[in-house]
Every structure is written in C-alpha cells, then in structure tokens.
Design a protein around this ligand. Structure first.
Ligand code: HEC
Length: 327
C-alpha cells in the first residue's frame, strides 16, 4: 500500500490526482523507469509483480530484466508468466523461442501464458504466429483474447480462424445454456432453491460488480428490485449478456503505444486520460499521451458470458431463490 501511495503521488500531477479522486485504486502504472532500479533488491513477490507491470509500459529497455525473471524458476509461475508477456512486448517476434520453451517447460500454464500474451498488441501478434506454427491450437485461445486478435489483425487468415472458432464455441455454450431455461423456470416456480445458499454464492460471485442495498461494487447495475424480474429475463441476462448489452456497459478497450491493452468499463474520458473500472472496483487510469487507440469492444458486455453456465441446475436455483428476495 505504501508503494502505491508513493508511486501514485510521484508520477501523477496533482491536478490529475484531484480529478481522478483519491477513492480510486490501482491507477498507478505509468511511472518512471526509476522503478527498474528497485527490481534487484525486491524480495516480495507482489512488489516484483507491481514493478514488472510498471516497466511493461516502457518495455524495450527492460528486456534483459524480464528475461531473467521469466527464467528464474524460484519465482512463482504467475510472476514468470507476467515477465514473459512483458518480454514479448519488448522484443516482439524475437521472444518467440523463449515463449515456446516456456510452453514446453510449463505445459500446465498454457492457459495463463496465452491469457498474459493476450494483454498486449505484441502478444496478440505472437499468438497468431504460435497458431501458425502449431505450437498452440486456435481453440486454446479464449473469446476475449480472440476478440482482440481479430481487431488487431482483421485481414490475417489465422486471426480470422482463431476468431471464428472462439465465436462458434461461445455461441454453442450460449445455446446450450439457454436450452436449460425451461427446466430452471420450473425449479424456480417450485421454490426448490435455498436463498441462504444462494446469498453466499451471490456474495462470492456477483458482488464484485453489482450492488445490493449497501453492499457490493457499483461497476455493474444495482440489482435491488430484481425479485420482480421474470426468471426468463434474469437467466437470459446471465447466460447471454451480450444480446442486450446496454451501451453504458459495453466493454471498453485502450491500446497504448507500449502495446498494453486494458479492458473494462469506461468510467471517465477526457483530454487528460481515460479511467477504466474492473471487476472488484479497481480502476486503471490511462494518461492520454500513452494511448494509441481507444474504443468500445464491439457489442461485448462487461457482464461476463458463461459465468454460471457450468453450474448444475440446483446451484442456479439457489441463486435464483436469493434474487427473488431482492425486493
Ligand atoms: C464483471 C462484472 C460482473 C459480474 C462478476 C457479474 N455481473 Fe451481472 N452485470 C454486469 C454488468 C456490467 C451488467 C449490465 C449488462 C448490460 O447491460 O450489458 C450486468 C447485468 C446483470 C443483470 C441484468 C440487470 C438488468 O438490469 O437488466 C443481472 C440479472 C445480473 N447481471 C446478474 C448477475 C449475477 C447473478 C451475477 C453473479 C453470478 C453477476 N451478474 C455477475 C456485470 C457483472
């Protein structure tokens, strides 16, 4: 926390601090490369991660440091993966052999390596290359990352193939989920769910974005009064949020000159910069001078698709029973 306090006030002009408000957290990523000097003495894992995150906004001069962290097996796989993604930002295609080796050495980390690479322009380009050279398969790439890849490389046939398979998989999941609605409606009518269990699930999974009464995070809409919503409408909102995404809740994306991609809910945008809120209430502040592109990401809602799709019917019935109590 101390670190955040120091870096926040040393890098962001006072008027900007006043503007983004002291209540906002986590906006501290565009700081001086002086941070690199802290790395050799940093012992604490979370401090190292914070430094790597900061340096990824000025990646080129720090390639050697990223490489050393990525190769150091005494670091956690999360930190190594993060450093690997930063290395790709610094070296682009030249980092391919290191990534291919990491995929071979840490096969269990494939999903998180792909997700980390998907966080930058350079990483998305490398993912296309990895699919082309069959180091990974198109279906390994998640829908959110596939959306970025197609945006960045519209005319690339591999990007198209990656995107098509991600859309097909997602559509299939939505169709399968929607087909469960009649049965779930019956369970809800029969009052088979337990609202107390539902409340616990809701608190864990939903309050990181929604507000109910005094509780939760106001990134998504307040769900007070949802008791009067029809079960069908509630389940549609959960299974297929993109179908009726309100423009205020469409995912927003910034791409910075460093390659860093940030997505979330846009809460503020002006000549100085853009604020993007994330699940859990953290906010990123991206100064205008670092932004190369910013836009709404198609019609994708900030409400995640498939959040409850893998739950059994009885579990969903508990959540519905709790929502029925939200008068
Ligand atoms: C990552 C943030 C996030 C999480 C987690 C989340 N939601 Fe949402 N939710 C949203 C946003 C944003 C919307 C508004 C969607 C839109 O209009 O596109 C929304 C919309 C909804 C709606 C429709 C509300 C309306 O006014 O139409 C319901 C119902 C809902 N969410 C329930 C849930 C439940 C239940 C959970 C937990 C299982 C949950 N959400 C988890 C962000 C989230």
């Amino acid at each position: 926390m101390l670190l955040l306090g120091i870096c926040f006030f040393s890098c962001v002009p006072e008027d900007v601090v006043a503007e983004i408000g002291e209540g906002e957290k986590g906006g501290c990523t565009h700081l001086s490369p002086e941070f690199a000097k802290l790395l050799p003495s940093a012992k604490d894992e979370s401090l190292k991660r914070e430094i790597v995150k900061t340096l990824s906004h000025l990646p080129k001069p720090h390639a050697q440091q990223f490489l050393a962290i990525a190769n150091d097996i005494s670091n956690s796989t999360a930190l190594r993966t993060q450093a690997l993604a930063a290395l790709v930002q610094a070296q682009e295609m030249k980092a391919a052999p290191v990534v291919i080796k990491a995929l071979a050495d840490m096969p269990q980390e494939k999903t998180s390596i792909i997700a980390a690479l998907g966080g930058s322009f350079q990483g998305c380009q490398l993912l296309i290359h990895l699919v082309d050279t069959k180091k990974i398969a198109a279906p390994d790439i998640s829908f959110p990352v596939a959306e970025r890849i197609i945006y960045l490389a519209k005319n690339n046939p591999t990007a198209k193939a990656i995107h098509q398979q991600a859309v097909a998989k997602r559509n299939k999941n939505v169709t399968t989920s929607m087909a469960r609605i009649p049965k779930l409606e019956k369970l809800a009518e029969a009052k088979s769910g337990n609202p107390d269990i539902g409340k616990a699930l809701f608190t864990g999974m939903c309050l990181s974005c929604h507000v109910v009464g005094e509780q939760g995070t106001g990134v998504g809409p307040a769900l007070d009064g949802s008791a009067k919503r029809e079960t069908h409408a509630l389940l549609t909102a959960l299974f297929n949020p993109d179908v009726a995404a309100e423009s205020a809740y469409v995912l927003f994306r910034t791409i910075e000159t460093s390659g860093v991609i940030t997505e979330g809910l846009k809460t503020k945008q002006n000549a100085r910069g853009t604020s993007i809120a994330h699940q859990g209430g953290m906010t990123s502040y991206i100064p205008h001078r670092t932004i190369s592109q910013q836009h709404h990401a198609g019609s994708t809602s900030f409400m995640p698709t498939g959040l409850i799709s893998s739950m059994p019917d009885e579990t969903i019935a508990h959540i519905l029973a709790y929502i029925r109590t939200l008068k």
